[in-house]
Design a protein around this ligand. Structure first.
Ligand code: ZN
Length: 149
């Protein structure tokens, strides 16, 4: 387990140091800001939606290591996915950081598993979830549907 924990820590530190898709995205048709006043995390999320597919997404901004790494990992996972797949991943991530997901193994979740430990720190849940909530709101704004949550 300690090996796994250090692997998870490495993923977070590495994505914080070299965040993926960390730029302004030209051609984005959904641009949303996410702000977590508790910690001061503040990001702008750029999404390029074509039909039902998230063809590209990127983010800019600043915040703690958890929030930045989470946003970075999210962009790598969501890029190229359908809106439905992105919503399913949001739901899975939400359960993961709330500590209610049953299978939190690396095999099942890949890099997302790095955020499993966040569920032990309620204040950090908002940091880890910020980019995901912003992404979901960006998709909602585009479809005109109302979230049931
Ligand atoms: Zn934070």
């Amino acid at each position: 387990m300690s090996d796994l924990r250090s692997l998870y820590q490495e993923i977070i530190l590495e994505h914080n140091k070299s965040p993926r898709n960390f730029k302004k995205l030209d051609g984005a048709n959904r641009i949303l800001e996410g702000f977590n006043p508790l910690c001061g995390d503040h990001y702008t999320l750029y999404v390029k939606l074509e039909g039902d597919t998230i063809v590209d997404l990127a983010f800019q901004g600043a915040g703690c290591a958890i929030s930045k790494a989470s946003a970075s990992v999210m962009t790598t996972l969501i890029k190229g996915k359908s809106v439905e797949e992105a919503r399913a991943m949001f739901a899975m991530f939400h359960e993961l950081v709330m500590g209610t997901l049953k299978d939190v193994s690396f095999d099942h979740l890949g890099k997302l598993a790095a955020f499993a430990g966040v569920s032990e720190f309620p204040a950090r849940v908002k940091c880890a979830s910020l980019a995901w909530h912003t992404m979901r709101n960006a998709l909602d704004a585009g479809t005109g549907t109302v979230s049931t949550e």
